[in-house]
Design a binder for this molecule. Structure first.
Ligand code: SF4
Length: 165
């Protein structure tokens, strides 16, 4: 059974996530009680699966199948642009922070399992002097032999990059 994180673990994770988000141009939901509840669930998932699966989605429990919903998920940026918040409401737009806009419920953007499988199978292979790597979370592109260990924009790890062209 996954262990329940302590308040100090949640607070520590909250501080770190909050700092990292602001440094990279993102915002956590200013409702700190709500945000800490989500962070608690992320820590529970970390203990349960070994990675921070999205608290609002059903994880398969296999990392390769859940990569797109490891927080921050591949759908965060598009949802924040379109709906002012990610699916769970953990990340929000400038407008929510500055104008104190309420966060409404966000429709699920994640494709159905069969579509996700097809997308992976149709992934393009590199045809340039260097492979082009695309961060699936924020869209950052770079041309190099290997994907960077860490995305310089949104800080996700190399496994969240795909070959772009
Ligand atoms: S960014 Fe938001 S929607 Fe995506 S995994 Fe994290 S909490 Fe869930």
């Amino acid at each position: 059974m996954a262990k329940s994180p302590s308040d100090s673990e949640i607070n520590e994770a909250f501080e770190k996530l909050s700092k990292d988000a602001e440094k990279s141009g993102y915002h956590l939901n200013p409702d700190s009680g709500f945000t800490k509840d989500l962070i608690r669930s992320l820590l529970v998932n970390q203990d349960r699966y070994g990675y921070q699966a999205c608290p609002c989605r059903l994880a398969a429990g296999k990392k390769a199948e859940d990569l797109d919903i490891i927080c921050p998920c591949n759908y965060r940026d598009a949802d924040v642009v379109e709906f002012n918040a990610c699916y769970c409401g953990l990340y929000v737009s400038d407008k929510v922070v500055k104008n104190k806009l309420p966060v409404k419920s966000i429709p699920e953007r994640r494709p159905a399992p069969e579509q996700r499988k097809n997308q992976n199978e149709n992934a393009k292979t590199a045809q340039f002097a260097y492979p082009i790597w695309r961060c699936q979370v924020c869209g950052y592109l770079c041309a190099r032999e290997k994907a960077p260990d860490l995305c310089p924009i949104c800080k996700v790890s190399s496994e969240r990059f795909e070959l772009f062209g």
